[in-house]
Ligand binder design. Structure first.
Ligand SMILES: [Zn+2]
Length: 286
């Protein structure tokens, strides 16, 4: 069996126990299956990325005993790959140009109270304001445009978006997870794929998973719903769909997700306080 998985952190802050858990889980699975563990630096959000955080990722992983099998890739260096997917003569992914900011979207939804609004994996479900502005790659300047996935331009022979969801890390027993294209507008919406010169997360991660030949994606539950977007994009682009495992999220003693805490303790701090990698494994239950 071919087994290739990855860890794809963003250098926008120090790694914490939640990152360590995800990285160790994927790394251990690759070693157990005699496969490959790859590293990808998701550094597209240049306003939040810092070189020192990237350096710290390498140091923390090394300290944890995590080694990657091929040269790591950086999304900031892959713009041409993302552009080529959107700027082809007949792009496989239909998109429309969107000029809405968050306020425009709230006004278009017309819901004065947050509890009346529908949220998808990317936040507020887009109300479709700019839907008619179909993007023509001959005309647009992608450095100034935002593009969204044009759901009503997708051929209706794609009815169902299905993937295998492995329920444990032994990858022995799996369940099917699926969504129909008809459910997409209400649950997911027309997500942003391109933002003023940069590929957005969903597009970049799908292109990079294919580029790195990923067969098994191991990541947190918080991305479970977004996986439907990724599989739809893979289908449109003719990419293979990996198997997915969405692991539980590491929480503090009050049940709050570590990623939501501002005072979360960095792996570096554990290291400086004299903890060992084995201590970190114990803390995350591995
Ligand atoms: Zn718009």
């Amino acid at each position: 069996m071919t087994f290739r998985t990855r860890f794809a952190p963003s250098p926008t802050g120090p790694l914490h126990l939640g990152h360590a858990y995800s990285a160790l889980l994927a790394h251990d699975a690759a070693r157990r299956h005699g496969g490959a563990f790859l590293l990808r630096i998701e550094d597209l959000d240049q306003s939040r990325v810092r070189a020192e955080w990237e350096e710290l990722i390498y140091q923390d992983l090394e300290w944890l005993g995590i080694t990657w099998d091929e040269e790591s890739i950086k999304q900031s260096e892959r713009k041409d790959a993302y552009l080529s997917v959107l700027s082809g003569v007949s792009p496989a992914i239909p998109t429309f140009t969107c000029t809405c900011n968050r306020r425009d979207i709230q006004l278009a939804i017309g819901a004065p109270h947050a509890e009346d609004m529908a949220f998808g994996p990317d936040g507020l479900i887009y109300p479709g304001t700019c839907r008619a502005h179909h993007y023509d790659p001959h005309l647009g300047d992608l450095d100034t445009l935002n593009l969204r996935l044009s759901l009503n331009k997708i051929a209706h022979d794609i009815n169902s978006i299905t993937h295998s969801e492995y329920s444990d890390i032994s990858f022995s027993n799996h369940i099917q997870s699926s969504m129909t294209l008809a459910e997409f507008p209400d649950r997911i919406g027309e997500v942003v794929l391109w933002r003023k010169g940069y590929a957005a997360y969903h597009l970049a991660s799908v292109i990079d998973d294919a580029h790195q030949g990923i067969t098994h994606v191991i990541r947190g539950q918080d991305l479970r719903e977004a996986t439907h977007i990724h599989i739809l994009l893979q289908t449109l682009l003719g990419f293979p769909t990996p198997a997915y495992h969405h692991h539980d999220l590491i929480r503090d003693e009050n049940g709050k997700r570590l990623a939501k805490r501002h005072d979360v303790k960095a792996i570096r701090k554990y290291r400086e306080d004299g903890a060992t990698p084995a201590d970190v494994r114990r803390m995350v239950g591995l």
